[in-house]
Design a protein around this ligand. Structure first.
Ligand code: ADP
Ligand code: MG
Length: 271
């Protein structure tokens, strides 16, 4: 795969790279995506650039049609850009073959979807191991890792349950554990709390808080302010362009946590 300097550091030869130079989970430059239809060409992304450092927690927002899903598909190696670059580690996905994309997708990206996407016939532990099947890794080490991840998301007592025997929040926790089994570049979550009530949303967001505190990079697409405010940074897309990229203060993050917990209390009081 390619060996091009992803962050333009070669152009900064007057400064030695500092020992603590930032590591990027992904680096995006002038990214465009056009969909060619019979009657027209849709410019879904019109030149988007940003970096995500390892350990960051980014919410991607924007009105319907602004390009969020398109960007997510590119970050998840499900599709290739029309132009521009998207680096994962040292590799630009724009230059990869479809097979390479599929490989990096199964080995280095952790997906969490709104609809969980679990396999109904498999147990909790087996669902968590699914990304490893594609790599032919099915030994006892892998099984132990899946059990550890199940415990980590609070499902240590549900290891043999099938998805239908779990609540929505528990199913999403399985999906989060599954997303971590490959030690991904980042967890890519698409409206992960879109189907969940306040209490379950809080459970899931608390897990993301914890994972991020442990250094895990998280990129989440959401249209909900109270979910986005839990992130460290909010990127707003508009008309396929980066409209704003703002840091979320710790005060604002705390306020969002507090408000969510209040909503949970009110919900429980009514039950
Ligand atoms: P969002 O997720 O923010 O709603 P999308 O990335 O889904 O935005 O869409 C951005 C634009 O690209 C929209 O105008 C949409 O209609 C168009 N688009 C998205 N996917 C396709 C596709 N597969 N073929 C053609 N047009 C598409
Ligand atoms: Mg969308």
């Amino acid at each position: 795969m390619s060996n091009i300097d992803p962050h333009g550091l070669a152009n900064q030869s007057h400064v030695a790279a500092p020992a603590d130079s930032k590591v990027f989970a992904t680096s995006i430059r002038d990214l465009t995506k056009e969909y060619v239809l019979k009657s027209e060409t849709v410019k879904a992304l019109r030149g988007v650039s940003f970096d995500v450092q390892e350990g960051d927690y980014v919410a991607i927002m924007g009105p319907s049609g602004s390009g969020k899903s398109t960007l997510l598909n590119l970050l998840g190696c499900l599709d290739k850009p029309t132009s521009g670059s998207l680096y994962l580690g040292d590799d630009d996905i724009a230059e990869m073959t479809d097979d390479q994309l599929a490989e990096i997708r199964s080995m280095r990206i952790g997906f969490v979807f709104q609809s969980y996407n679990l396999i109904q016939q498999l147990s909790v532990v087996e669902n968590i191991q699914v990304p490893l099947y594609y790599q032919g890794k099915l030994g006892s080490d892998e099984k132990r890792r899946a059990v550890e991840l199940a415990e980590r998301v609070g499902l240590g007592d549900r290891l043999s349950h099938r998805p239908a025997q779990l609540s929505g929040g528990q199913q999403q926790r399985v999906a989060i554990a599954r997303s971590l089994v490959n030690d991904p570049f980042f967890v890519l979550a698409d409206e992960p709390t879109g189907n969940l009530d306040s209490a379950t949303t809080e459970e899931i967001l608390a897990i993301f808080d914890e994972l991020n505190s442990d250094g895990r990079t998280i990129i989440i697409v959401t249209h909900e302010d109270h979910v986005a405010d839990r992130a460290k940074r909010i990127i707003l897309l508009k008309d396929g362009m980066l409209h704003s990229d703002e840091k979320v203060s710790e005060e604002r993050r705390d306020a969002a946590r507090f408000a969510q917990r209040q909503a949970v209390k009110e919900l429980l009081a009514k039950q």
